[in-house]
Write a protein that binds this ligand. Structure first.
Ligand code: ZN
Ligand code: ZN
Length: 374
C-alpha cells in the first residue's frame, strides 16, 4: 500500500534523512512524511524521527523531531506548500526528546496550538515539593526516574525542559473526534505513559514509537509510577495501567485488534519507515505478534539466567546482552530493559526480589501464558 500511495518529493540519504514524502490516502487526505535527523548513532541508531503533517481542514503536525529541528521542519513544510501560519496544531505522539525536542521552537515560529495526552501535560511540569531530594528537584516529573546520569541530563536537557514547561497543552483524550471528525485517537501507554496512536480517515494509523519496524521499542518500568503517583491524575491508581511491560503488551494487543477492525491500514511509524535504502511496510497484526514474541523470548532468557544464580538487573543485563550493546550508555538502557522484564516475571510469580536488589527464581514458568492472556 505504501508504494502505491507514497511519492518521494525529495530524495534523502540511506536512512531517510533529508527525504520528503507525500502520501495521498484513497479518500484524498494527504499526509506528508518529514523525517528529521536524530542524535544517536551506532548500535542504538533509530534512524530519523518521522514527523507527519496531516492535511485535514485544520492541518496538524504530529511530532517535531529533536531540539534544534525547528528550522529544518519549517523548510520542509514550506517545500510541501505549507505556511507556518496555516498550521493549526502540533500533536505530540509521546514525550520523548526525539519527538517533542523542537516543540517550543515550532510553537514560537508558527503560533500553532499544542495537543497531547493529559499525562504529558502533567509530566512536563516542575513539582519541587514532590521531587526526589537531590539534583532532580530542578527537573520536571518526567525526569525523576530517568536512567541517564546527571552529567548527561544537565548538559543536554535543561533548556529543553524549561521552555517546554512553559507551553500550554490542550488535552487529547482517547476517542473519536478529539482532533477532528476524521481522526480516532487511542491511548497506548507502555513505551511512554502518554503515548498516542491515531487513525486518519480510517485509512492510515500513526503509531509513534509503539510499533517500529526492525527494532523493538523499549518499555518503561512500572517503578517509574511510584514517585509520580501524587502528581498524576487519580484516574491512574496502579503502575501497570500506564507504565511497564504489561501496559506495553496490552497496548500492542489493542493495536492488533484495531488493525483487525479497520482491515487494511497504512502504518506510519515514527522511526525507520525508510532505512538502509529500504521501505518498511508494517503489517500491524504481524508486527505486533513479532514484538510480543520478542518479549516472551527475552523473559525466557532472563528467567534462565536467574535460575542459575540470583542476580541484580545489571548482572542479568551483562550476561544477556553482548558487549557491543553495553558500551557507554548502552548498559543503562540494557538494565532498564531487564528491569521491565523482571517486573513482569515478578507479577506472574516466576521470580521474586531479595532485599539486596537481587532476583531469585521461584521455580514456576507462568510468564508465557500470562503474556498471552494480557
Ligand atoms: Zn520514544
Ligand atoms: Zn522515538
Amino acid at each position: 500500500m505504501l508504494k502505491e500511495i507514497a511519492k518521494v518529493i525529495k530524495e534523502g540519504d540511506a536512512s531517510g534523512n533529508g527525504m520528503l514524502l507525500r502520501m495521498k490516502l484513497p479518500s484524498g487526505i494527504e499526509i506528508f512524511g518529514l523525517p528529521t535527523e536524530n542524535a544517536y548513532g551506532g548500535d542504538w541508531d533509530l534512524g530519523p524521527t518521522w514527523n507527519y503533517l496531516v492535511m485535514l481542514e485544520k492541518p496538524f503536525l504530529v511530532d517535531t523531531g529533536r531540539l534544534g529541528m525547528g528550522r529544518t521542519l519549517m523548510e520542509m513544510m514550506k517545500a510541501v506548500g505549507m505556511e507556518g501560519k496555516d498550521l493549526d496544531s502540533v500533536l505530540i505522539s509521546h514525550g520523548h526528546e526525539d519527538h517533542d525536542g523542537a516543540l517550543a521552537e515550532m510553537v514560537e515560529r508558527t503560533g500553532a496550538k499544542v495537543k497531547a495526552h493529559p499525562v504529558y501535560d502533567r509530566l512536563i511540569r516542575y513539582y519541587p515539593e514532590n521531587a526526589p531530594p537531590d539534583f532532580r528537584k530542578g527537573f520536571p516529573a518526567l525526569c525523576w526516574r530517568c536512567f541517564m546520569p546527571e552529567s548527561f541530563i544537565s548538559e543536554n536537557c535543561l533548556e529543553y525542559h524549561r521552555t517546554r514547561s512553559r507551553l500550554k497543552i490542550e488535552a487529547v483524550h482517547e476517542g473519536k473526534g478529539e482532533l477532528t471528525g476524521a481522526v480516532d485517537v487511542y491511548h497506548v501507554p507502555g513505551h511512554s505513559p502518554d503515548a498516542l496512536a491515531m487513525i486518519i480517515g480510517g485509512e492510515a494509523i500513526l503509531v509513534g514509537d509503539t510499533v517500529l519496524p526492525g527494532i523493538s521499542p523499549w518499555p518503561t518500568q512500572e517503578a517509574f509510577f511510584h514517585p509520580l503517583k501524587e502528581i498524576l491524575s487519580p484516574d491512574y491508581r496502579h503502575p501497570e495501567e500506564i507504565f511497564g511491560l504489561r501496559a506495553y503488551i496490552r497496548s500492542l494487543k489493542r493495536l492488533k485488534e484495531i488493525g483487525r477492525k479497520f482491515g487494511k491500514l497504512l502504518v506510519l511509524p515514527a522511526h525507520r519507515l525508510f532505512y538502509e535504502n529500504q521501505w518498511n511496510e508494517v503489517v500491524l497484526e504481524k508486527r505486533v505478534d513479532e514484538l510480543v514474541e520478542h518479549h516472551i523470548q527475552r523473559c525466557t532468557a532472563v528467567l534462565k539466567i536467574v535460575r542459575q544464580k540470583r542476580k541484580t538487573a545489571r548482572g542479568i543485563a551483562q550476561e544477556h546482552f553482548d558487549e557491543r550493546q553495553l558500551k557507554g550508555y548502552g548498559i543503562l538502557m540494557a538494565e532498564n530493559e531487564i528491569v521491565s522484564h523482571c517486573e513482569l516475571l515478578e507479577a506472574c510469580g516466576d521470580i521474586r526480589t531479595a532485599g539486596d536488589h537481587h532476583y531469585l527464581a521461584t521455580g514456576t514458568t507462568n510468564f508465557e501464558s500470562y503474556i498471552r492472556s494480557l
